[in-house]
Write a protein that binds this ligand. Sequence first.
Ligand SMILES: [Zn+2]
Ligand SMILES: [Zn+2]
Length: 163
Amino acid sequence: MIVDAGIQPWLFEVEPYEGESLSHYLGRFKRRNHLTPGGLGNMAGIGAVIARWEKFHLTPYPTKTQFEALGRVLGIFPERLWGMLPPHGEGMQCEPIRLCGACYGENPCHRIEWQYKSVWKCDRHKLKLLAKCPHCEAKFKVPALWEDGCCHRCRLPLNGMMR
Ligand SMILES: [Zn+2]
Ligand SMILES: [Zn+2]
């Protein structure tokens, strides 16, 4: 059987959500496969970059070669990885991490568009993006760590967060 174009047979595939950010997707893939950031980077042969990408620290920016190698491990096309980052020319900010709770209720993921510099509200729900928990005011963790779907301090569910 030819497997060179697909995922390694011992890994579980994780389907990306529409609009999902790179950080959130990498976190889900790692947890599903019990991988550390370093372990995933080693499997892809791209070294210690995963932990930085999970924080949206993108200088130096990921290269075509790196995303091709990572895509082979993840079992997805590199184009999908590029889609998890802002399109060329769109500025992004890595903090604060932002959220539309109504979007999260529909698709439980952090959306990359929430980190665009030009975006401060959700166009679909007409809600201002949250930059912290409206109940306890804790800042959101990096999306790679959004395992429980709730505020890490007060446990308020992300999908109910509104102001
Ligand atoms: Zn929304
Ligand atoms: Zn909270």
